[in-house]
Design a protein. Structure first.
Length: 342
């Protein structure tokens, strides 16, 4: 049994809007934990287009998506948020007025006064490779992310893919695995050139294997893998012995478990009112691309505005007896002290 984590606010989603919500909540002394299905903060910005320039952030004529995330992380440092990555929220249970018990697929349990859904278009779901029966091996032998590197120590590991995730984990797991094989359908990669060069050097040194082809079937029983059968680019059948397989075929956006949380939904989005961006359930808010309302614009700056208004309503739930006084960071000594700039 894991210990229940208690917090003022649980934010679901660690993209730019979720991160800025930490700042707005922090100004009001509301402590936050964040849960995200990805293995790093930043949401779509960090995962899908880190080098893509963004031109519509106020006062920043041009900023890359990753640089924006880095700046947001710097901005929220004074509030010491706690991140729970590689975790997906599976259930939300109402236990008070308002108070909620939230559980993740990783076995974590939170008790929180308010919940903020900042999950973009939903949760990122890994794309499953087209291998018959692969579902039976998932979580035991087939892994779509790496939670603990030590789990692969001494194992025969097969990594499938040609992007940054595949190459990064290839380089990280080579020292731990008893043997590591990288499988990709072609001899061209979408990953950083430096990573590709390092991988090729390891192959030349016979410290790992690289196979051109596609996985066609898995051998094993009861979720325990023994080998993966591959059809090479030349049409030959190859059998690769493996204890673990890590397919990195990219991600797709799905509403996921949000659909089962008892909220009113409209075309896979969460309707909210526009005074505080609260959902049909008091104490649960939705900000950013996951919400919908008349006139909604799916812009990061819109999500920032929503986070500011949400935080004020959240404060009434977290501190029901506390009078909320509006203050400016430019002139409020108390806010400047919280930010460490007084």
């Amino acid at each position: 049994m894991t210990e229940t984590i208690k917090t003022d606010c649980l934010i679901i989603g660690a993209g730019p809007v979720g991160l800025f919500a930490v700042f707005e909540l922090g100004l009001l002394d509301i402590k936050a934990h964040l849960v995200d299905i990805l293995d790093k903060v930043g949401g779509q910005c960090a995962e899908l287009y880190p080098e893509k320039p963004i031109y519509d952030i106020p006062a920043l004529p041009k900023v890359t998506a990753q640089a924006l995330i880095d700046q947001l992380m710097e901005q929220i440092k004074p509030f010491n948020p706690t991140f729970h990555l590689n975790e997906m929220v599976e259930s939300i249970e109402k236990i008070g007025e308002p108070a909620f018990r939230v559980k993740t697929n990783g076995g974590k349990t939170f008790e929180t006064k308010v919940v903020v859904i900042a999950a973009g278009g939903g949760s990122f779901q890994p794309k499953r490779p087209p291998i018959p029966g692969i579902e039976a091996y998932e979580k035991q032998s087939v892994h779509y992310s790496v939670r603990k590197m030590d789990e692969f120590t001494g194992k025969r590991v097969l990594i499938v893919g040609g992007g940054d995730s595949a190459l990064d984990w290839t380089l990280n797991l080579v020292p731990l695995a008893s043997r590591l094989t990288l499988l990709h359908r072609r001899d061209a990669f979408r990953a950083a050139p430096d990573s590709v060069n390092k991988m090729r050097a390891l192959v030349a040194e016979k410290k790992m294997d690289f196979v051109l082809g596609q996985a066609t079937s898995v051998e094993g029983e009861n979720g325990v893998m023994r080998a993966v059968n591959v059809k090479t680019e030349k049409g030959e059948a190859v059998r690769i012995e493996a204890d673990a397989m890590l397919p990195f075929f990219g991600l797709t956006m799905k509403l996921g478990p949000i659909a089962d949380w008892g909220l009113n939904l409209h075309e896979e989005l969460v309707p909210v009112e526009t005074a505080a961006y609260e959902t049909s359930e008091p104490g649960i808010f939705a900000i950013g691309d996951i919400n919908t309302y008349p006139g909604k614009l799916k812009l990061i700056l819109s999500g920032f505005h929503e986070a500011a208004l949400m935080s004020r309503k959240a404060s009434h739930y977290v501190f029901p007896d506390k009078k909320l006084v509006f203050q400016y960071t430019t002139s409020s000594t108390s806010l400047q002290k919280k930010l460490g700039v007084a």
